[in-house]
Write a protein that binds this ligand. Structure first.
Ligand code: UDP
Ligand code: MN
Length: 363
């Protein structure tokens, strides 16, 4: 039919030819098919475009994430560096070298003679453990521990030795007759023990003129910075003491020139209105004034002041320490008397029938 159609076109071609071809190919039935395929084509094209767009935006997203990764990695490195730097600065204060503190002082610093009277009571072991561990961080410190008793106890000796500190263990018994109301007991504690320590220093360090002597009771609280400050004392150093004399803090009042102009303290009329924990002296003063010691024969609250008077000091000799008396590095804390059942107290006082673990709790 197709061949016949062509032949019959004759001279009328191309219109007739076109019609013939049109007639041959055109068929109403193919219209939906054409539409369908066009639609498919369009659909395919738009999906392709969409995919292309998606790909582009993912590429941007990936690039952004990579950038963020770099920024965060850089930040992590910066923080790690910062942490290392902080660690380095802290290290000298917290690290121990073979049990010896590093701090930021060499072992060549002037020695500190730290005098501690101590008596037998249920919390004695606890108090001394806390104190010993504070002293552990202080270089070149000689701990003079003076037991209030007729002899040095064996248990005590083993206990003190266990801390690995430089120490000397002495004893001196507080006379019972001074402790009674009839004897006019003025509450002077640690008198004979401190004097025993002073005697020991004067005897064994007779030719030593470099060093500082400090009276450190066993239940106070000490910041190690105090020890760093007291080494440079030429005659007598003074500083604030927290929670003492019915006050939050007792302190010398220092003006902008670094001169002490007053005392914020209990009874500021004393020649030296300071607590036992508020001062330290250069060892050479002990040798210059060999008779200077503590005494039961002074008014209550005058022990420190009278001792400094005996060292021939004046208020002008006082050297403010602890950042010019602007920091509190020692507190006159007091260990509470523990409440014990009468039977427990008896066991403790007689040192009898203590179980092994009870024996480990006390000295
Ligand atoms: N102390 C002592 N014998 C006593 C009472 C006290 O050796 O009979 C010691 C005590 O261990 C401390 C210092 O003397 O190291 C001062 O005593 P306490 O802390 O009781 O006095 P306060 O804090 O009231 O001045
Ligand atoms: Mn005390």
């Amino acid at each position: 039919m197709y061949v016949v159609g062509i032949r019959s076109l004759g001279g009328k071609f191309p219109i007739a030819g076109f019609k013939a071809i049109w007639g041959t190919f055109f068929n109403w039935k193919i219209i939906p098919i054409v539409f369908f395929f066009s639609y498919l084509l369009l659909l395919f094209r738009s999906t392709l475009e969409e995919q292309e767009e998606k790909k582009e935006s993912l590429k941007v997203h990936v690039a952004r994430l990579k950038h963020m990764k770099n920024v965060l990695q850089e930040e992590v490195r910066r923080l790690e560096r910062e942490a290392r730097r902080l660690n380095e600065t802290l290290r000298p204060e917290i690290l121990f070298n073979h049990g010896q503190p590093i701090l930021n002082e060499s072992d060549d610093v002037p020695p500190i003679f730290f005098i501690t009277p101590t008596r037998y009571h249920p919390a004695q072991k606890a108090d001394l453990t806390r104190l010993a561990q504070t002293l552990k961080v202080v270089p070149n410190l000689i701990w003079i521990v003076v037991e209030d008793g007729d002899r040095e106890s064996v248990r005590f000796a083993a206990f003190i030795q266990s801390f690995g500190l430089q120490y000397i263990h002495l004893h001196a018994r507080t006379p019972t007759n001074v402790k009674t109301k009839n004897a006019g007991w003025k509450g002077h504690r640690g008198v004979v023990q401190r004097n025993q320590a002073l005697f020991w220093i004067r005897t064994h360090f007779a030719s030593t003129t470099r060093g500082v002597v400090y009276f450190g009771d066993d239940d106070n609280t000490y910041d190690w910075r105090l020890f760093r400050e007291m080494r440079t004392i030429e005659k007598v150093g003074v500083w604030p003491v927290g929670i003492v004399g019915m006050k939050l803090v007792e302190t010398p009042v220092v003006n902008e020139n670094g001169t002490i102009i007053a005392f914020h303290a209990w009874n500021p009329r004393r020649s030296f209105p300071v607590d036992m924990a508020a001062f330290a002296i250069n060892i050479s003063l002990l040798h210059s004034y060999p008779a200077a010691k503590f005494s039961f024969d002074v008014s209550a609250g005058y022990q420190e002041s009278e001792f400094l008077v005996k060292l021939n000091l004046t208020r002008q000799d006082l050297e403010p320490k602890a950042a010019n008396c602007s920091e509190v590095y020692v507190w006159h804390t007091k260990t509470q008397k523990p409440s014990l059942h009468a039977s427990e107290r008896r066991k403790f006082e007689l040192q009898e029938d203590l179980s092994e673990i009870e024996g480990r709790s006390v000295l």
